[in-house]
Design a protein around this ligand. Structure first.
Ligand code: FES
Length: 103
């Protein structure tokens, strides 16, 4: 059973916004895509840039450091599908956003 932790309220992130959160010692990038929440590793595969501080366009985030891109629903790069960061389970209960860092 995945272990879900409350990380935010639904009102904390508007559609199109993202932020870095910490779940049990793991930095996680949290995104609101059209009202739906998604979470992937905060650590870019290139040189470790903070994806939670990146630029979100649709369901793709661009790393703020050198521009690598990842789909926030799958963690997979749309440019290089072999490049994938961890994608985590998210659920919303009432106004709470919960994430499990177990893949
Ligand atoms: S660290 Fe993310 S693109 Fe370089």
């Amino acid at each position: 059973m995945p272990n879900f932790t409350k990380v935010a309220s639904t009102s904390d992130l508007k559609p199109g916004e993202n932020k870095v959160i910490n779940v049990s010692g793991t930095d996680v990038a949290l995104f609101n895509v059209d009202g739906e929440f998604f979470a992937i590793s905060n650590t870019c595969l290139h040189r470790g840039g903070p994806l939670g501080e990146g630029y979100l366009e649709g369901d793709v985030v661009t790393c703020p450091w050198h521009g690598w891109r990842f789909n926030v629903k799958t963690g997979i790069s749309p440019v290089m599908p072999s490049a994938k960061v961890a994608a985590y389970q998210v659920k919303v209960e009432g106004n709470d956003v919960l994430v499990s860092v177990e893949e």
